[in-house]
Write a protein of this length. Structure first.
Length: 135
């Protein structure tokens, strides 16, 4: 399913790295190592995010997850700043959620998946805005 989805939606970033990992936590759809040693896709990447935990199947979650993680692959390739402060992590997460939202039609995201990415984007923006304000 992962390779098919990369091909169907023309997602290139991360294509050779992505592997399914059934042991990722229930709240983690995907994770990319900062040294690009792995890009793991978990069971959550196949579910409706409006459900708590592993909800019902939602085919549009996987292309959204692969695109989101692909943004992280590009960010890492371009060079991450260190140290990875919480403010910086929130800003790169916001960028990945925003890019996924901008590509929602191409990725054919369901309304629930689109809403999930919108909520997560707004949360991450609030996080790095709040962290900047505290300084």
């Amino acid at each position: 399913a992962i390779n098919y989805t990369y091909k169907k939606y023309g997602i290139e970033a991360g294509r050779t790295l992505a592997k399914y990992d059934p042991n990722l936590p229930a709240d983690t759809a995907g994770v990319t190592a900062t040294d690009l040693s792995y890009l793991k896709i978990g069971p959550e990447a196949f579910t409706d995010p409006s459900a708590r935990g592993l909800g019902p199947f939602d085919a549009s979650r996987l292309p959204g997850t692969l695109h989101h993680e692909g943004v992280h692959v590009n960010q890492i390739t371009e060079g991450l700043k260190t140290p990875l402060t919480s403010e910086y992590v929130s800003s790169i997460e916001a960028e990945a959620y925003y890019s996924t939202l901008q590509n929602s039609k191409m990725l054919q995201l369901s309304p629930n998946v689109n809403e999930y990415y919108q909520i997560r984007y707004e949360q991450e923006v609030r996080n790095f805005t709040y962290d900047s304000y505290k300084k």
